[in-house]
Design a protein around this ligand. Sequence first.
Ligand code: GMT
Length: 381
Amino acid sequence: MRKMKIGISCHHTYGGSGAIATELGKALAEKGHTVHFFSQAAPFRLGTFSRNIFYHEVEVMHYPLFDTPYYTLALASKIAEVAFYEKLDVLHAHYAIPHALSAMLAIQMLEDKCSESKCFKLATTLHGTDITVVGADRGMQDVVRLAINKSDGVTAVSGYLKDETVRMFRPKKEITVIPNFVDTSLFFRSPQQEIRTQLGVKDEKIIIHISNFRPVKCIGDIIRIFFALSQQTGATLLLVGDGPERSEAETLVRQFGIVDRVRFLGKLVDIVPLLSIADVMLMPSNVESFGLAALEAMACGVPVVATLAGGFPEFIVPGRHGYLLAPGDIEGMTEKALLLLSDHDHWLDSSEACVQQAKRYETALLVEQYEKYYERLLDEE
Ligand code: GMT
């Protein structure tokens, strides 16, 4: 496979699209490709120096006339500059806007400078809320459509997201599904007595949830499920992440009188030790294009109780890797979580099945799909 120069633009913030973009870039660099990251701040999973990785921080211009800083334009200029001097083959935009749009602008900026018809090929990966939330907004629809149609290639992280995109936007090009992935050499279950001691939890069962606490995550449902659970079994709820719904969740926890059983741990990057002590992951999202946190939990042997929504049914088989219930079915989710917590043999079978299932989404396999995808774009006229 030829070595490529690949630009990756992504959100640096705590969330699945930034995580996937960064892990992809790191894996590509590991395979000998040169990777240039573009974002507003260092992506949260970027980590330490690697010789094939370059990070370009996009600095927005502040000027009294500009009410809000123009990140889209600053990113476009940065992409154009780096793409020209570093001779990027591909720019991979993660999340339709603003990333694909900025790349599209950069291509136009370079039109007169490049000898070839196009300086670089633009691949865009749709991650979820760029379509289901932002794309559903009437004021944003046309700009999202433009970003999709101007990309040389578009991928989506699940069949569900592909279908939604086709239904909503009728894109001109075929959308390729390349699912989320997990590195099982890093995400695996290992004994973690120390972390139990630090958390002050002894032998009780651990329920975990990891997200950016946005409304789609239904954090309130997690608290209600856990409250119902806690009436019947001793357990601790670990909430990892932060976001707009956190205050309301904390209020609910106080109202239910379960403050001593719920831990708000904030944004953490190293989640493997916590997943290693967890018994069930709760993901009651009302929309979830894939659900990377669920896949990472499964790699650590944690069965998932989630919703029969979005991309979950594509990798979680109910009864084998956990359970899928209708969004908002608090009673059903409580019952299934209790089943996993109380039947140890069933939990063991599910836990092992989760580990096996996660291996089908191994980073190496999916990174290879992206490499082939880039090559296909480069071979196209
Ligand atoms: O809301 C999040 O989980 C973050 C969001 C993002 O854009 O960073 O995640 C989306 O992309 C992830 C990676 O492809 C998917 O695993 C998540 O399911 C998706 N989130 C939603 O669809 C709500």
